[in-house]
Write a protein that binds this ligand. Structure first.
Ligand SMILES: [Zn+2]
Length: 87
């Protein structure tokens, strides 16, 4: 894009939020780019299934194994991930 985002144009381009630029995230499933506000966040990565090990390992340590991924609405529905309801 050659357009300067600081310059306010009148051809339909507008910022979705007051600050920052529209951030896109990559869908983990299909690899497509999704606007972040439309993407469904999910945690993917290391899972400890053994409760004994889970108690022994510090939560912060476990947290390093998990990473946050995003899915587009289509894939989220396909995978059975539901968007958390906001109240
Ligand atoms: Zn997808």
């Amino acid at each position: 894009m050659a357009r300067n985002p600081r310059r306010k144009g009148r051809d339909g381009w507008k910022q979705s939020k007051s600050r920052g630029k529209p951030s896109f995230v990559t869908c983990e499933c299909c690899g497509g780019k999704v606007p972040r506000h439309k993407a469904i966040p999910a945690t993917q990565g290391f899972r400890i299934t053994d409760p004994v090990v889970r108690q022994a390992v510090d939560d912060r340590y476990v947290h390093t194994f998990s990473r946050k991924v995003y899915y587009c609405p289509k894939c989220a529905r396909f995978l059975g991930i539901r968007k958390p309801k906001r109240r």
